[in-house]
Design a protein around this ligand. Sequence first.
Ligand code: NDP
Length: 286
Amino acid sequence: MREPPSFLSMLTGSFASPAAENPTVAMMEAAYRHHGLDARYINCEVAPRDLGDAVRGARAMGWAGFNCSIPHKVAVLAHLDDVAPSAQIIGAVNCVVRRDGALIGENTDGLGFVRALAAVTAPAGQSMVLLGAGGAARAIAVESALAGVASITVVNRDRERGEELAALIERRTLASARFAPWHGPFLVPDETTLVVNATPVGLYPDTAARPDVDPGSLRPGMTVADVVPNPPRTAFLSDAAGRGCVTLDGLAMLVNQGVIGMRHWTGIDPDPAVMRDVLEKLFSPG
Ligand code: NDP
């Protein structure tokens, strides 16, 4: 006798506001299809006041997990059963995973970056210049330090934010960290091995913009990374490549976040090429 078919899909998705422009759904559903999973990823527009109800709804409906994006990455902590150690240090959760009925908060922003970085150079021992001190910078700084990056210079316009992040790294990880104020072109120190743009400068549609860094201080052999996923080839990365730097784009970070999220939710290690391909098509001009 043939087994009756199941019409019950595994549910995952994202809670955000605004939600409509989040392309993660396209890469996740492509990966689910590629690996033959009956799973869905649903973008949900969730206002701040409704976050608690949304999480309770996901719990009640047995969702395998969900991403949290702006503005919920900190507020969601109050609705979870437990939070992974690195997400606790970062102070934000962007990926919730149901384990044995409990909702556990993870942060894949920084891990996605570290995993992408590891494909071009080993993180251990690097001397990093980090441009920006917002949510993405915080996650990248913490996970990079936990992965063995030796020193981090946090470069930011707002002093308080920058100093706070440098102090967090010194307090909670083995890496050394300092703050450098950002007014006028930043001169990347000679000993730097890794430069990361963790600001939105260069993001579509302002694609000619580049972070205010003295291009002459980018030296051959340095690794230069950008968090901006669209366009993948930012003006900053083009400048860096022209100066002989190894470059890493924001798409690699985004794809690796998807890889980690899917592993958390389904136990399957997906093919990143399938996911990248979808995003490249979405972000290609015309
Ligand atoms: P936040 O608003 O939390 O932080 C923004 C940071 O950028 C702040 O440090 C801010 O400095 C700085 N900044 C903004 N504009 C400028 C400017 N013109 N010059 C110098 N510094 C500037 O944003 P997020 O950290 O959440 O996001 C930053 C970027 O990271 C976005 O473009 C987002 O798309 C991208 N991102 C990419 C991911 C990926 O997977 N590829 C994942 C997550 C985010 P100040 O404090 O002085 O205001």
